[in-house]
Design a binder for this molecule. Structure first.
Ligand code: 13P
Ligand code: SF4
Length: 328
């Protein structure tokens, strides 16, 4: 259900958000792929792992999540007593859509000797069917804690799974999902751009296909790419991920140049995430005013999904290993 902005003429939306965030004791969390104006007023901007951690530890009464549905669901799974609002409930994800729970369940059942290592970009139902959740910033640390003889199903992003598989020389059964945004980068156009800026390194998100990742000087999560931008040699960076992250780069390192990697038409607009783009200032204002649309999750499902998320949070910050998967 898309929230249709009411007639907000005469309303100072930004001032109202400021008033309501205090009145509601709300924390505003935003992903790097959100519009700059949403990033600018958020209490915290981060990657999927950082946002999960913030959602788990906040003492706010309301979490206003400027991101996509699986991120707001994760916040609700980890903070069930908070009200979690998402400005537009239609803000989904092509990776989540690629992995219907009943098909994933059947796939798991067909491979009973495999554990399911699952990217956080999936539904709550798929999280409940998984052993360990990973984000792009935690996947490498977590994979290295899994014994080499343990067979693994990795879903739903076949590019992230393929990247991990190649980097760590680990065979994994890959679910065939892709991110429509990172899939849209063009190798031909990237190489043309690189020829125009021969000294500029390329930073790519591991959701990109190998045709892009193989040209990258740095591969990592959104936070990782941002960190690389701060420390990279030279003054120009080619950025192969959703271009709204460039806003944070320009704020942090205003004297460097950041160029979004192009899509097939040579124009990087096709790499704007259409789901992330559904959230607006107006919809955030309405969400804080009405405390709708809310994310709700049935308690049994929430507890089942929380196990694989808790395992991620533990394994991402230490080396506790897989533990007792029999408890799943
Ligand atoms: P990270 O911010 O964790 O790198 O994830 C990127 C992404 O595509 C989120 O949907
Ligand atoms: Fe999903 Fe890709 Fe959009 Fe991230 S950028 S929310 S992975 S469609």
């Amino acid at each position: 259900m898309t929230v249709m902005p009411a007639d907000l003429s005469g309303i100072d939306v930004r001032a109202e958000i400021e008033r309501l965030r205090k009145e509601r004791n709300a924390v505003i969390l935003a992903h790097y792929y959100q519009k700059p104006e949403l990033q600018d007023l958020a209490d915290f901007v981060g990657d999927s792992l950082e946002l999960s951690r913030k959602a788990a530890e906040t003492d706010a009464d309301v979490i206003a999540f400027c991101g996509v549905k699986f991120m707001a669901d994760t916040a609700k799974i980890l903070s069930p007593n908070k009200i979690v609002v998402l400005p537009d409930l239609d803000a989904g994800c092509s990776l989540e859509d690629s992995c219907p729970p009943e098909k994933f369940k059947a796939f798991r059942e067909a491979h009973p000797d495999h554990i399911a290592l699952t990217y956080i970009n999936c539904s709550t139902e798929v999280k409940a069917l998984s052993d360990v959740i990973v984000t792009s910033s935690s996947a490498e640390t977590i994979l290295q804690q899994i014994p080499r003889d343990q067979k693994i199903i990795f879903g739903p992003d076949r590019h992230l799974g393929g990247y991990l598989s190649r980097k760590f020389d680990r065979e994994m059964l890959l679910w065939p999902g892709v991110c429509i945004v990172h899939e849209a980068f063009s190798e031909t156009e990237l190489l043309k751009l690189k020829a125009q800026h021969p000294g500029a390194p390329i930073a790519a998100h591991p959701e990109c296909p190998p045709t892009i990742v193989d040209h990258a000087d740095y591969v990592g999560s959104t936070s990782g790419i941002l960190q690389y931008a701060k420390t990279m040699p030279g003054d120009t960076l080619i950025v192969a991920t959703e271009p709204h992250i460039i806003h944070q780069m320009q704020l942090a390192i205003p004297n460097k140049i950041f160029i979004g990697a192009p899509g097939a038409d040579g124009n990087c607009n096709c790499n704007i995430c259409p789901y992330m783009a559904l959230n607006t200032m107006e919809k955030l204002y309405l969400a804080l005013r009405d405390l709708e649309p809310r994310v709700e999750i049935e308690e049994g499902l929430r507890l089942a999904a929380k196990k694989s998320l808790d395992r991620m949070l533990d394994m991402a910050s230490g080396t506790i290993g897989l533990g007792d998967l029999g408890a799943r």
